[in-house]
Design a protein around this ligand. Structure first.
Ligand SMILES: [Zn+2]
Length: 186
């Protein structure tokens, strides 16, 4: 695994508060084979470019309240999948751009979870950011990957009369909604 930037920060054992207070950033890239859980999601043998990621710390002092500690995560990954339209191999790009706010402990996270919209994690001096990166890419893997344009002609085409009939018979969901119009209030 290759890391740019200084060797002061170790992504697998990150002192999150110190990283945020230093407004530090760290980036790296590594082949799919370095991420065993993510590699299991691969469905075909296509050669994928390495997963590249950037972590950026942000620290927001607040008067009368604990300071805010943030980690911004940006990941670009490509996963060898199988196209669900033609069943051929396809390289599926995955991009994750997500901020996380870190709080003191589980109790604080639970208490703040209802009132804050942001994703909360618990502060650690040895936070495994690489595991977070792997988790986030796995969460973003599309359920139904497909080619933008399939390289081979499809066997079932829309000119198939039966297929076309099935398409037109499907009720339009908005037509059903139109029947539910609420009368104007008096
Ligand atoms: Zn396809």
């Amino acid at each position: 695994m290759e890391f740019q930037n200084n060797a002061k920060w170790r992504p697998e054992k990150l002192d999150v508060r110190a990283f945020a207070q230093a407004l530090a950033s760290l980036s790296g890239q590594s082949p799919l084979s370095d991420w065993p859980r993510l590699a299991e999601e691969a469905q075909s043998e296509l050669q994928a470019p390495p997963v590249s990621w950037t972590l950026r710390g942000e620290w927001v002092p607040e008067s009368g309240a604990p300071d805010q500690v943030w980690l911004h995560l940006h990941i670009q990954a490509t996963l060898p999948m199988l196209c669900q339209r033609c069943l051929g191999p396809v390289l599926t790009p995955i991009e994750v751009d997500r901020p996380f706010r870190f709080v003191a402990d589980e109790d604080t996270a639970m208490a703040l979870d209802d009132e804050l919209e942001e994703d909360l994690l618990v502060l650690s001096r040895e936070f495994d950011a690489l595991a977070l990166i792997e988790d986030e890419v796995i969460l973003a893997v599309p359920l139904v990957p497909f080619h933008e344009v399939c390289p081979v002609p499809l066997t079932m085409t829309v000119s198939d009369p039966q297929f076309e009939a099935a398409e037109t018979e499907r009720p339009n969901p908005f037509a059903a909604l139109a029947g539910l119009k609420i009368p104007p209030s008096r």
